[in-house]
Design a protein around this ligand. Sequence first.
Ligand SMILES: Nc1nc2c(ncn2[C@@H]2O[C@H](COP(=O)(O)OP(=O)(O)OP(=O)(O)O)[C@@H](O)[C@H]2O)c(=O)[nH]1
Ligand SMILES: [Mg+2]
Length: 464
Amino acid sequence: MDPHSFSGAADRPGGQPAQGRTASRVLVVGPYRRLRRGGADLVSNSNDAIRDPQARLDEAVGLARAIDLVVVEALIAPLSEIRPATYLGTGKVEEILGLIKAHEVELVVMDCALSPIQQRNLEKEWNVKVLDRTGLILEIFGRRAKTREGTLQVELAHLIYQRSRLVRSWTHLERQRGGFGFMGGPGETQIEADRRMIGERITRIENDLKKVQATRRLHRAGRQRVPYRVVALVGYTNAGKSTLFNRLTRADVQAADMLFATLDPTLRALKLPHGGKAMISDTVGFISDLPTMLVAAFRATLEEVIEADVILHVRDISHEDAEAQERDVDQVLRQLNIDTDSGHRLIEVWNKIDRFSPEERENLARIAARRPPERPCFLVSAETGEGVEALLEAIEERLAATRITLDLRVDATDGAGISWIHRNSEVLDKHLNENHFDMVIRVDETKRDLAIARFGAVPREQDD
Ligand SMILES: Nc1nc2c(ncn2[C@@H]2O[C@H](COP(=O)(O)OP(=O)(O)OP(=O)(O)O)[C@@H](O)[C@H]2O)c(=O)[nH]1
Ligand SMILES: [Mg+2]
């Protein structure tokens, strides 16, 4: 059975076929809390980033469209408080019921995180399937995954989500929809069996994942022996990472005006202006309120980012929510234990500057110039190529600067230590003196403290 199938609309009239499936008619609801700031209506997400409610709703509509749902109506439902039973107040629930009937809606997307009980109650009230933001994002990822690892990771996230939502309350929705996707909830009698089955599948997938990841780690180890540096692209979905990736490598990965166009990581060679070489990786985009289970499931894929020498944070600087998006990306990076404050690995790329007038660009350039040197940013247009050369120069400079030369002494019998050194550094010089080696090594800044802690290594002067 297709684990990501959803079949809520398969037998209903009015849906349009899309890629062999029947597209559901969808109503998108943005139940946003009101925040009054400076006279304007704004909303906040779990990250307390302030957003324009319409932009937030547009994003939710974009997410629904990303899996070919037909959005027949989208509305903001301003909230003063969250109701435990139905999330929305009774009046809103009634009003939406009217819309559902009028537009023959088959699925409601609630752009928030619903508890299983709230989801069930709303489904009962409206007699249609209800999907929350997490569910929708999981559904998209399910459609996008192409590699074996990507598929397994998404499936794992799905199962963990499903397990968390198995409650004894689904009597109204039988297994009629079938499928393993969470768009059809299990019937009550099925719960115990489902829980056991999900548990078993989780174990099996975790084992499969370990195998796939072990293979990938071998490849990476092979690459590290040739000490290639890695540049990783991160950023909000649709910021232009793949477009920049293509521009930098002359590759041809899919870039599209679509949320989560990229899911599986791609790695290519990157030639730098002064003969330097690195690998560059394009990865999945982030989004506001990205389910933590997805970040966890993708952790291994994001290893390229975690271990990268330079991280390019690509931002759509022309987006009205650019600041909120930046905070969301920072939050995910922190979840991956990437220090966003010290910034010695991070370069911000302010993309899509072609959308600005010359005056606006000058203004942006002034703001950029005022940033502290350890938090640099570059104005580029991945589309036209403007500013890309300067960015490449900066990457090369950064890669050179992060290599540090160290002197150290290691016991000749310390096999593990010597092997660590060879794996993690360039050995410039090595002498056997009685029972120890004196070595001169060059390491990335990220490995410096480890080398000092483990071997008492001493950094050389910078001009060495
Ligand atoms: N005007 C303009 N549009 C751009 C620029 N860079 C990217 N775009 C457009 O922005 C959209 C998203 O670009 P992608 O490169 O797919 O974005 P991404 O960050 O890879 O997105 P995901 O893979 O979905 O996370 C596409 O329609 C691009 O053509 C730019 O510099 N200027
Ligand atoms: Mg992409």
